[in-house]
Design a protein around this ligand. Structure first.
Ligand code: APR
Length: 233
């Protein structure tokens, strides 16, 4: 690969699959058991907040039973040892990247372990169940909701992401189906700005045709091997 200094990594549910967290699409996926319209839209929250909160309470509780896998550990090693710029953009709302030790990262779709006040936009760490009507300790409004970006809402920190994509030399996508924008378009943006592009995925994705290289296999094998390659191990 040409001289690589700045790297952007995008991760999706596939990187957490081998830790035991369900992906969204495919056999046993979360969207098989729930309609997006019922648990992941602003309208769903307005219509049946109890169902929406229960859905995320269950996913938050599941975090206690899982641990980072070799793919999360390898990205944390890259974060620690890579001398150039690195930004890990995760679509995932689990905390496995952080628990593996990643620091140069952001959650573009929010985080299960955070509550958002719909009245004042304050955020606070949240690990237990979050009943609808829980009051914000900042503004007092009974308006705490899961800090999750619902369909139809704007993903977080897009300015940071766009700047990183415009200046990266390498864009790597790991464990995502390429089904949801804007994340699915990041490879095109990176290519437009001249970056090399690499996809690491269990199977071809909707975006595979845009990548300079696609490696197929489990993330727990592909990601450590790629990090070794980058660090010259
Ligand atoms: N290793 C690598 N890739 C894997 C593995 C694995 N062990 N297991 C599954 N995958 C791949 C699948 O082949 C699929 O391409 O991970 C991808 C998971 O795709 P999705 O379930 O669609 O998850 P994701 O791409 O993260 O979804 C994007 O959609 O519903 C919204 O907000 C939600 O952030 C999510 C977004």
């Amino acid at each position: 690969m040409k001289d690589i200094t700045n790297i952007v990594v995008l991760t999706g549910a596939g990187i957490s699959a081998e830790s035991g967290l369900a992906t969204f699409r495919g056999p046993g996926g979360l969207w098989e058991g729930h309609r997006v319209e019922d648990v992941c839209t602003p309208e769903a929250l307005a219509r049946d907040a109890a169902l929406v909160h229960r859905f995320y309470d269950a996913r938050r509780a599941a975090l206690g039973g899982v641990v980072p896998n070799a793919a999360h550990d390898a990205l944390a090693r890259l974060d620690r040892d890579w001398p150039g710029e690195l930004l890990i953009v995760t679509q995932n709302v689990d905390d496995l990247h952080e628990r593996a030790g990643a620091r140069r990262m952001l959650h573009m779709h929010g985080e299960l372990n955070s509550a958002l006040c719909a009245a004042c936009d304050a955020r606070r760490p949240w690990t237990g169940s979050l009943p609808p009507g829980t009051s914000c300790d900042g503004c007092g409004a009974p308006a705490l909701r899961p800090d999750i970006v619902f369909f139809g809402e704007m993903p977080y920190q897009m300015d940071t992401i766009d700047r990183a994509l415009a200046t990266c030399d390498l864009f790597v996508s790991i464990g995502t189906s390429g089904a949801v924008y804007p994340a699915a378009g990041f490879v095109q943006t990176a290519r437009y700005h001249g970056a090399a592009t690499l996809e690491l995925n269990l199977e071809p994705s909707a975006g595979s045709g845009w990548f300079g290289e696609t490696r197929l296999g489990p993330a727990s094998e592909l990601v450590p091997a790629w990090v070794d390659q980058m660090l010259g191990a």
